[in-house]
Write a protein that binds this ligand. Structure first.
Ligand SMILES: O=C(O)C(=O)C[C@]1(C(=O)O)C=C[C@@H](O)C=C1
Length: 317
């Protein structure tokens, strides 16, 4: 794929060979378009917001490490962006070093913080005295071994040896062999992806100040409408030390589902600030399960009933 920028192109955490690039390879619309490697999530989102790219793929959650906080905060800080797709990438890691280095001589390890966190168990067992130098990506970690001699080894994707002349000192570093990272495609387009029946809706919600039970009241908006949450992650609101948090939430269903739309209306009335991030097809294609009492028809019938009352229609039996 052409690694350049262009307003019809896609930004991703580079350089080539990252897991983010593997996620971008799954984006059908990106095939044949320019791909623009960047150094961090903020830069990828700025490219989209400012029109240098049509879309960006960013890591949002890892199955071991949880929400990618840099992404959750960047989405909250940059209004006007929409999530239009979700992609899953299995992740596994190897420890690499320049030829000649052996495992017993590794003291300093270069790694992306999210990758490092996924390998904590292995590092504690095999390199208990090692120190960590953070890197902007897994591939940048490996590349740094050539740029300066501070780190002895790097944590990188197994395919790294296709790009660099490096020795693999150890394999399967991850604490969970089944680990995966969830990525999202972000764009400026406000056109909603079609409802598929296997969708997710993402929102960022702030709660009213100093109101006891306000978190429960937010959760009730979903539970009373039979809407399942698949992510609830709190992030501090900057400048409000230890006081206020925003919540990044993934819901099962599409905003075109009546129960989801109704829950969002409830939230909108209740929350001082709610950002709609998008409704999009789930990466795993799993159809959303819900009870019949939360079917579209039930909401529509209830609204029609009220409309009848308001328009003075005679009561039906
Ligand atoms: O460095 C990479 O390869 C990335 O794609 C970054 C990233 C992340 O940002 O979370 C993606 C997946 C892995 O879980 C670790 C790191």
């Amino acid at each position: 794929m052409e690694q350049t920028s262009g307003p019809d192109g896609y930004s991703y955490l580079g350089p080539a060979g990252t897991f983010t690039e593997a996620a971008l390879k799954q984006v059908a619309a990106a095939a044949g378009k320019p791909w623009h490697p960047v150094n961090n999530v903020g830069e990828a989102l700025a490219d989209v917001q400012e029109g240098r790219s049509v879309g960006a793929v960013i890591a949002i959650e890892n199955s071991i490490e949880g929400g990618v906080t840099a992404t959750l905060d960047a989405l909250a800080a940059r209004p006007g962006l929409r999530i239009t797709g979700e992609y899953l990438v299995p992740v596994e890691f190897v420890l690499v070093a320049r030829p000649g280095k052996t495992l017993d001589r590794v003291r300093i390890v270069n790694a992306h913080p999210v990758a490092y966190a996924q390998c904590r168990g292995w590092l504690e067992r095999e390199l208990p005295a090692s120190a960590h130098i953070p890197s902007s990506s897994n591939v940048a970690a490996a590349a740094s071994l050539f740029a300066d001699a501070t780190a002895d080894a790097a944590i990188a994707p197994p395919g790294i040896t296709d790009h660099f002349d490096l020795d693999v000192l150890a394999r399967d570093l991850g604490d969970d062999p089944g680990a995966a990272t969830r990525f999202v495609l972000v764009s400026r387009s406000t056109a909603l992806p079609e409802r598929t029946g296997a969708d997710k809706t993402s929102v960022i919600v702030e709660l009213p100040d100093e109101e006891p039970g306000s978190l429960l009241a937010m959760l009730e908006q979903f539970s009373t409408r039979g809407v399942n949450m698949s992510l609830l992650q709190s992030r501090p609101i900057l400048g409000d030390a230890f006081n206020r948090y925003r919540f990044v939430i993934d819901l099962d269903g599409h905003v075109h589902d009546e129960r989801v739309a109704d829950a969002l209306l409830g939230l909108r009335r209740y929350s001082p600030k709610i950002t709609f991030l998008g409704s999009y097809p789930r990466a795993d294609g799993r159809p959303v399960q819900y009870e019949a009492k939360h079917d579209d028809e039930v909401f529509i019938e209830a609204r029609d009933w009220l409309r009848g009352i308001l328009s003075g229609e005679p009561a039906a039996d």
